[in-house]
Ligand binder design. Sequence first.
Ligand SMILES: Nc1ncnc2c1ncn2[C@@H]1O[C@H](COP(=O)(O)OP(=O)(O)O)[C@@H](O)[C@H]1O
Ligand SMILES: [Mg+2]
Length: 226
Amino acid sequence: MIVAENLTRVYDMGKVTVQALRGVSFTISRGEFVGIMGASGSGKSTLLHLLGLLDRPTAGKISLGGMDTGTLNDRQRTRFRLKRLGYVFQDYALVPELTVEENVFLTSMVRGTAKEQYMNETLEILKRIGLSDRMKHKHNELSGGQQQRVAIARAIVNKPEILFADEPCANLDSESSKNVLDLFKQINREMKQTIVMVSHEEWHQEYFDRIIILRDGEILSDGPPA
Ligand SMILES: Nc1ncnc2c1ncn2[C@@H]1O[C@H](COP(=O)(O)OP(=O)(O)O)[C@@H](O)[C@H]1O
Ligand SMILES: [Mg+2]
């Protein structure tokens, strides 16, 4: 359901150019939990941004769910992202003035979903991630690990086809990281959620079904964890 064909991304910095990706190809099936790993600067975030339609490749093709995304204009890309993709970043990016439940249902509310429906969906997802007793709390009343779980709830409440995560544990201690990874694993298994997650922590490997390792913008290896 994700097909990447010969992706390149060159950042043009005026006098110099940076070859962040140099021809990357793979196919990811529905329901896979894929880790994108590699050293800092190897192109992991660049690749995730391309796959998540947050950036465009310099050359190459990305198909998501059978759609050649290169044919979409900006408005269509935005709609595709809102309706079909979910994102988790390392800094949680919760809206500080809002409570936990408001952060989770904000997007649905803005999109005009009926209140009863988005309240039910929000409660269901917060139960699943074990934060239904924190619904009325603000982000500064939560630990980093809890905030990241709220961000995950927000990302999956609309049942996206693909969940993208860029180093979601980067700001967490190992205990909270483990909780977050366990949660990803759980939603991958129970909800058959396709997940593409960037990480550079060796010990995260065991969570992934498959690991794509990048080096200097190229695929070094692609397969199940060692
Ligand atoms: N917006 C940008 N402008 C210019 N160069 C960038 C930009 N983003 C990333 N790069 C460069 O592209 C390469 C890959 O970066 P990135 O994808 O962020 O790697 P990773 O996530 O693996 O650390 C690095 O050399 C980085 O400096
Ligand atoms: Mg990165």
